[in-house]
Design a protein around this ligand. Structure first.
Ligand SMILES: Nc1ncnc2c1ncn2[C@@H]1O[C@H](COP(=O)(O)OP(=O)(O)OP(=O)(O)O)[C@@H](O)[C@H]1O
Ligand SMILES: [Mg+2]
Length: 464
């Protein structure tokens, strides 16, 4: 009954509308209709002119190209005042990280330096979305001067925190094509290493952490002093002391990608340059075992005026990666190829490296990872056995003072056998092994296993 009524009313309204339209068409001549249309458009402009509000649009695509500002705004608004949101979207981008909650609402109000702004997401009929920012004319200077920049930076930093990290390795150059993508292959990086579980001297660890923090927050500082925003770390020490593990911990701490640069797959300096300029910001570029990757030592012969020597040097630099190619890259090309990068070299043989490569300023921090100290052992005991003390700790402490053992070997002894943690058994095992080593080292000197000339598998390459 009611439905019939409603339909009846609707029908008669439509009939009146058609009648009105037909009359309008007959009464008003064409030019008058155009004039009315123009008036309406003009009045719209008048309203806009007198309106105290300004609207800025940020479309998702501009001439078929993705607008990164749109993405940054999306992330910023998604994270904005999540506590006040009515609709939230949840996703998990990294297994090791919790859920990422995003505000999922079409309209969001924001206040910045006392200026009220309103964001609205508008979807066009073709599905393209646009973020519209509305604010009072009074706030124009603040909004265009600093608010938009602030939103972009916040958005990008949230994106960086949530993004999946990647581990990239260079492809051999015969596999390169014209796209930058073909230079590096990547996998998702999900390594559990952290500074918390890294066994080393706690004071040194703290120093490194502070250095990394200062670096990653140092954008303004580096700009002020006019230096490229990069930092070099040289990690050195015997095998199994945690160099690769520390790189993974650094990447996890800063949320940076890792570029594992395999020098032996590179033919010459120009390939090196191509690879390095294709790396992205917020990344760690790693050259493992720099001493045995490429013969970088002794490549810088003294010029003695003999042209043939010069020629020889030039030939070399055309045909292979040289020390000077690497140095040029570290010093020079950096500034031209983006920002916020860390370079890490690792070596087991510090003494083999050319002093030019490791001088301060190129490698800002030299970090020695050495044999297991008692402090480092305590971290491992906590990680593997979940104990802070044990009657055997005293004996282990004095044995560690007299014996050289890599944390990797200690870790192996403490590792659960068949998934069973046996504190007493593991520690006894360790004591026995330390005693054996002590005797061996007393009888034969410390001579830790000499590394073979070639590059061995680091943790990174082990992942492929
Ligand atoms: N300082 C450490 N803290 C915690 N675990 C460690 C440490 N050092 C080594 N380990 C353990 O030993 C394994 C091997 O260590 P890692 O690969 O980091 O050694 P490395 O110094 O890179 O050795 P290499 O010189 O042979 O490349 C790691 O997977 C880790 O489990
Ligand atoms: Mg290693």
């Amino acid at each position: 009954m009611m439905m019939g009524d409603t339909m009846g009313t609707f029908g008669s309204s439509m009939a009146s509308l058609f009648f009105f339209w037909a009359t309008f068409q007959q009464i008003f001549p064409e030019h008058l209709k155009i004039a009315i249309k123009e008036f309406l458009l003009f009045s719209d402009q008048i309203i806009n002119f007198f309106s105290p509000y300004i609207v800025i649009s940020f479309p998702e695509y501009e001439e078929y190209r993705f607008n990164h500002a749109f993405a940054a705004i999306d992330t910023y608004l998604g994270a904005k005042a999540i506590g006040k949101a009515h609709k939230i979207r949840a996703s998990q981008v990294k297994e090791s990280k919790g859920l990422v909650l995003k505000r999922d609402e079409a309209k969001v109000r924001d206040v910045y330096q006392g200026v009220n702004v309103w964001w609205e997401i508008v979807t066009a009929t073709d599905g393209d979305r646009t973020h519209k920012l509305t604010f009072h004319r009074r706030g124009l200077e603040i909004v265009t001067g600093s608010y938009i920049k602030y939103v972009m930076e916040e958005g990008k930093s949230i994106e960086a925190k949530n993004k999946k990290m990647k581990l990239l390795t260079n492809n051999p150059s015969y596999n390169w094509d014209t796209s930058k993508k073909s230079l590096w292959r990547h996998i998702d990086f999900e390594h559990p290493a952290s500074f918390q579980t890294l066994a080393m001297d706690p004071v040194k660890k703290q120093d490194i952490l502070q250095d990394l923090e200062a670096f990653s927050n140092g954008k303004e500082y580096y700009k002020k002093i006019g230096k490229a925003w990069k930092r070099g770390y040289l990690l050195y020490g015997p095998p199994g002391t945690g160099k690769s593990t520390m790189i993974a911990a650094m990447a996890n701490h800063l949320n940076y990608n890792i570029y594992d640069l395999e020098l032996t797959a590179i033919q010459n300096n120009s390939e090196l340059r191509k690879l390095l300029t294709a790396t992205s910001s917020r990344s760690i570029i790693v050259i493992e075992d720099i001493d045995c990757s490429v013969d970088l030592t002794g490549k810088r012969r003294k010029r003695d005026g003999d042209l043939s020597v010069k020629k020889d040097e030039e030939d070399q630099s055309q045909s292979r990666v040289t020390l000077s190619g690497l140095l040029n890259f570290i010093d020079g090309i950096w500034s031209a190829c983006g920002q916020e990068r860390i370079i890490v070299f690792t070596t087991n043989h510090m003494e083999k490296l050319d002093p030019a490569l490791i001088r301060r300023g190129r490698m800002d921090m030299h970090i020695e990872l050495s044999y297991c100290s008692f402090e480092a052992f305590k971290v491992l005991a906590k990680n593997y056995l979940d104990v802070d003390s044990h009657p055997l700790f005293g004996e282990i402490e004095s044995l560690l003072k007299e014996t050289k053992i890599a944390p990797a070997d200690v870790a192996e002894k403490l590792m659960a056998k068949n998934h069973k943690v046996d504190v007493d058994g593991s520690l006894k095992d360790l004591v026995e092994s330390l005693e054996k080593r002590k005797k061996h080292q007393r009888d034969h000197g410390d001579g830790h296993k000499k590394k073979l000339g070639g590059k061995k598998l680091g943790i990174f390459r082990g992942l492929f």
